[in-house]
Design a protein around this ligand. Structure first.
Ligand SMILES: C[S@@+](CC[C@H](N)C(=O)[O-])C[C@H]1O[C@@H](n2cnc3c(N)ncnc32)[C@H](O)[C@@H]1O
Length: 256
């Protein structure tokens, strides 16, 4: 990406979507994002593997839910910049008619998403903020791709830690999802033995518009409310989960 952005984007302020893109080896980032990412990597050299494992978990969860759990529609909130094996690509590779609605509050992410999806009838990208779950839901339903009476997979992958206190918003989403739905999430965790490194990461993200809030495993699991938490081993190998847990936690809950 050139450092002069045609949409007047502030290229000097690091941005969470672009930091993540850089960690994944993408090209949609600026010097400020790369610098921030390198500082995070200094504190947590495991981060590059962590983002790769996060994508692996996401892909496996989508593949499993579409091929084995009867899920035909997915709502991916905090979708991020397009990369390899995007959610709709994984979903349609196992079920061609699977429908995906992507949501992100970053207008640049939405521009890139729409460019990738142009002309695809079973996919949409909407600009929306997780802090307004009711609006996201009605916009997603309006696309015609999300049918509220049918089970849906709602993906909140590597996004909740960018919000201060999103428990009420996630509860609202859980409430709107039909019985039989699934909630897929991953989240940065706070580990006591890496307190200083975590503080350094907090300082880096404090320069982005959102900041970061790592949470304990107990706090992360509270996002599932009364959903049944499935065994993570179905979506990520034991070895990969062990390595991923240096940074965070990933899991899937079922609304029974
Ligand atoms: C680290 S990326 C994760 C991308 C993808 N979900 C994944 O795990 O590969 C986080 C994304 O969440 C988006 N995001 C952050 N806060 C958000 C909010 N309040 N509402 C919607 N999207 C948000 C960012 O713009 C960014 O694209």
């Amino acid at each position: 990406m050139s450092d002069q952005h045609p949409f007047g984007i502030d290229v000097n302020t690091p941005n969470v979507a672009r930091i993540y893109d850089y960690m994944l080896g993408g090209k949609d980032n600026f010097a400020a994002d790369r610098q921030a990412a390198e500082q995070i990597l200094k504190a947590f050299p495991e981060s590059r593997e962590g983002v790769r494992l996060n994508r692996e978990f996401l892909g496996n969860a989508v593949r499993h839910l579409v091929s084995e759990a009867g899920i035909h529609q997915l709502l991916d909130i905090g979708a991020g910049l397009p990369t390899r094996d995007n959610v709709h690509q994984v979903a349609t590779s196992v079920l061609p008619e699977a429908r995906t609605v992507y949501v992100d509050n970053d207008p640049v992410v939405c521009v890139h998403g729409r460019a990738l999806l142009a002309g695809a009838p079973t996919v949409a990208m909407i600009e929306g903020d997780l802090r307004s779950p009711g609006e996201i839901w009605s916009d997603a339903v309006e696309t015609g791709l999300i049918v509220p009476a049918e089970p849906v997979a709602v993906l909140l992958v590597a996004v909740l830690h960018f919000l201060d206190d999103p428990y009420a918003e996630v509860a609202k989403l859980r409430e709107m999802m039909a019985p039989g739905s699934y909630l897929v999430l991953s989240h940065l965790s706070s580990t006591e033995d890496r307190g200083k490194d975590t503080d350094r990461v907090r300082q880096v993200y404090a320069r982005t518009p959102s900041g970061v809030v790592p949470r304990s495993l107990k706090e992360i699991k509270e996002f599932f409310g009364d959903f049944e938490i499935l065994d993570s081993g179905r979506f990520i190998s034991a070895g990969a989960l062990r390595r991923f847990q240096i940074l965070g936690w990933a899991g899937v809950g079922h609304k029974v």
